[in-house]
Design a protein around this ligand. Structure first.
Ligand SMILES: C[S@@+](CC[C@H](N)C(=O)[O-])C[C@H]1O[C@@H](n2cnc3c(N)ncnc32)[C@H](O)[C@@H]1O
Length: 193
């Protein structure tokens, strides 16, 4: 990673360590793993906590159109940087826990959610609000991808059960600091509701 790419991240981390939750942006290996099932046919993609846009760039490389991207970012400097880097994407400076309170899309057209949020630093109620809000916009066959630095899935079983969702381990990369497993959450009963 070029040193210059780490500077905005480090600056934001010093200002808000709990929210940023990592000292450096994710590496290319994790970006490649978390986006591996996504392609030009996925359609609209919602990204939560893009930071400096490492996953965003990987999504574009997979064939997702910039105008099909909605980027939800809480850090104001990150949000400004993202809008400069991806001028055709929709960048929203907001808390991902409030997804459900806004009408981001008409109906549910989203094929994939890519989530870079640090769930390990969040209370269970906030994780539940974020996952619930994201699934409001996901198609029946859509999936929610996220990574963790922990040993197990960072979305608690109670949240998955309450929302009728299931998590699958997608893979783990050791070429990231620290190593990170990626999970995919889908509806337990797609086609219902
Ligand atoms: C661990 S960093 C990951 C950044 C980037 N996805 C990466 O992998 O390099 C978490 C990001 O989520 C953002 N964030 C934290 N809490 C948030 C929230 N409630 N809503 C939206 N973004 C949030 C932070 O500002 C930061 O950009």
């Amino acid at each position: 990673m070029p040193f210059a790419a780490a500077i905005p991240f480090l600056r934001e981390w010093m200002r808000s360590p709990r929210s940023v939750a990592a000292v450096l942006p994710s590496g290319q290996a994790l970006a490649s793993l978390i986006t591996k099932d996504i392609s030009a046919v996925t359609g609209p993609v919602l990204e939560l906590g893009p930071g400096t846009g490492v996953f965003t760039q990987a999504l574009l490389a997979r064939g997702v159109r910039q105008q099909d991207l909605t980027l939800i970012e809480y850090g104001s400097d990150f949000a400004r940087l993202l809008q400069r880097r991806f001028p055709e994407a929709r960048v929203l400076w907001m808390d991902a826990a409030l997804l459900d309170r806004h009408e981001l899309y008409r109906d549910a057209p989203v094929g994939a959610v890519v989530c870079g949020l640090g769930f390990l630093n969040m209370p269970q109620e906030k994780i539940a609000a974020i996952v619930k809000g994201a699934f409001r916009y996901l198609r029946q066959d859509g999936a929610f991808y996220f990574f963790t630095y922990g040993e197990r899935c960072s979305v608690p079983d109670a949240v998955l059960a309450e929302l009728d969702l299931e998590a699958t381990h997608v893979g783990k990369t050791f070429r990231n600091v620290p190593p990170a497993p990626v999970y995919r959450i889908t509806r337990r009963w797609p086609g219902q509701g």
